[in-house]
Write a protein that binds this ligand. Sequence first.
Ligand code: PLP
Ligand code: COI
Length: 330
Amino acid sequence: MAAFGTVFTPEMIISRFNDNSWSTPEMVASDSIKLHPGAHVLHYSSTCFEGLKAFRHADGGVYMFRMEKNVARLQQSSKLLALPQFEAAMLSQMILDMVKRFAADVPTPPGSMYIRPTHIGTEASIGKAAAPSLESLLYVLLSPVGDYFAGGSKALRLLLEDNARCASHMGMVKSGGNYASALQPIMQARATVQADQVLFCPNGDVQETGAANFLLIDGNEIITKALDSSFLHGITRDSILTLARDRGMVVSERELTVDELLERAQKPGAEAALSGTAAVLTPVGTLIHAGKEYTVGSGGAGTTTNALRQALNDIQWGKAEDKHGWLTKV
Ligand code: PLP
Ligand code: COI
């Protein structure tokens, strides 16, 4: 299968914000957009995006997972980047229209259709270094995908990094700049200790990785950082915590320090995992900090991690009842 996110449907849906109003959404070729080289996004990074998936069920039907949450998060990201505001109903309809049009291209499990709504500031004004773009483009790309992590569910190696991923008030914004600012530490971690990902822990506070949230599982307890502005409020994180509560687990959303993490992770039976739309729930087998390697539990995929991933997939794939009303039929 092609690398994650490199194959696109031939069309995308777009709407432009100009003269204080949104244009009627239209389907256009997905391989190019007209953009002035002085566009705000290209200089001052006024860009945010979403990632959600549509799944094909055994009866052939196509269902999207928690679309409203992703739409709401893009509205929030747009607001925090001072981009023009849009109605949730408009973007929801754009997403629905796109997935309907390309429903035949939605892969069967474990594949899915990755949906990438994107919002960029398009005003041609390089003088606006400290002012918002008054024009923007909202578009929805579709990409049929398989596994994000090449090794499937192989347990990952994470390097704990003492610096932040991005500015502390911007972590909850799903914006391009946050990903750009995390690149150097990620590349360095790959080159120096062959880490798969970096776990950002500024001042000893365990936050998240470059593309997923982090969860520690110790017996019946699942521990992850409480929501604040410093990291992305993952929709998979929320779903996994809900499924953990459904199973009678104790969910602790609170500060987790590097010291506590390293101590508890080494206990027999401890598990750690990354949650995200692309990552689903991927086990973490090794933590690397200050030149030392720590094996998490047995070092492989834990039984609770596997069970929670399965429970999530079962709902997404239509094999278990959608008790929480997370699916939208296309
Ligand atoms: N954190 C970061 C930095 C991400 O890029 C993602 C992926 O979207 C997540 C967390 C997980 O978010 P979600 O579960 O909504 O996909
Ligand atoms: C997602 O999980 O949707 C993300 O945004 C991560 C991305 C690197 C594919």
